[in-house]
Design a protein around this ligand. Structure first.
Ligand SMILES: [Fe+2]
Length: 215
C-alpha cells in the first residue's frame, strides 16, 4: 500500500523517537510548490512523477481506444494537440502520446511496471499510445479513472516528439462526491498548474475533455 506524505512523515517521526539513532529514510516524491501565479499560468507542460505503474513498450492503440478490453466504467474522450512552444502555431506531427491510468476501482492492469513483454496480453489494459496528425492533434477514448490510496483521479502521460526531451506528466480529472482526495490536496497535483485539472464537458456522450501539451 502506498503511504501518503503525511503518513510517511508521521511514521518517520515515530521511528526517530523510538530509535534515536541515525536512520536513513528515503524521501518520497514531493511536488515542487508552485506560486499562485504559476498555478494560474499553463505555460510549457510541466513534468510530473512517472509513478510505479508504467509499463514500457506499449503499442499504438487501435482506433484510439484505450479500453479495448472493455473494463467497466464511465466512457470519456480526451483530445487536444501537441505544440512546439507556448503558442499554437507550431503543431508537432507524429508525436507519440502514451497514456496509462487506473481502472474505475483504482487498480492498474498490471498493478506493476517493467516491459510489456513481462506480462501476458490479458494482464494489460488501459495502456497504449496514439500519434498526432499533421495538425498535432491526438485523441483517445477511455473510461473515468478511479482514485487510489493517496491519489486523486488522474491519467499518466508520456509525450515523445522528435528533437524534444520526453515529457512525463499527469492530468487530473475532477474528483467525484465522496472521494478521499481532490486536486487541491493531492501531493502530486500540488506541483501542477491549474490547467492540468481537466474540465469535462458532460453535455455530450461520452463526456469530453481537451488538453494541449506544449513542449
Ligand atoms: Fe497513477
Amino acid at each position: 500500500m502506498k503511504i501518503g506524505r503525511r503518513g510517511f512523515l508521521g511514521a518517520g517521526a515515530l521511528l526517530a523517537a523510538l530509535g534515536g539513532a541515525a536512520i536513513y529514510l528515503a524521501k518520497p516524491f514531493q511536488a515542487r510548490q508552485l506560486s499562485a501565479a504559476e498555478k494560474q499560468a499553463c505555460g510549457l507542460t510541466v513534468q510530473a512523477v512517472e509513478g510505479p505503474y508504467h509499463v514500457s513498450g506499449m503499442p499504438e492503440l487501435k482506433d484510439g481506444n484505450l479500453n479495448s478490453t472493455k473494463l467497466p466504467g464511465v466512457p470519456i474522450e480526451i483530445s487536444g494537440h501537441v505544440y512546439d512552444g507556448l503558442d499554437a502555431t507550431k503543431p508537432l506531427a507524429g508525436a507519440a502520446v502514451e497514456i496509462w491510468h487506473a481502472d474505475s476501482d483504482g487498480s492498474y492492469h498490471p498493478n506493476g511496471n517493467g516491459p510489456a513483454s513481462n506480462y501476458k496480453p490479458e494482464e494489460i489494459a488501459l495502456r497504449g499510445l496514439v500519434l498526432t496528425d499533421a495538425e498535432g492533434r491526438y485523441r483517445f477514448d477511455t473510461i473515468y479513472p478511479g482514485e487510489y490510496s493517496g491519489r486523486t483521479r488522474h491519467i499518466h502521460f508520456k509525450v515523445r516528439a522528435a528533437g524534444k526531451p520526453e515529457l512525463t506528466t499527469q492530468l487530473i480529472v475532477p474528483a467525484k462526491p465522496g472521494d478521499t482526495l481532490t486536486f487541491d490536496d493531492d501531493d502530486i497535483a500540488e506541483g501542477l498548474p491549474n490547467c492540468q485539472l481537466l474540465t469535462l464537458d458532460e453535455t455530450s456522450s461520452p463526456a469530453k475533455a481537451t488538453f494541449d501539451f506544449r513542449l
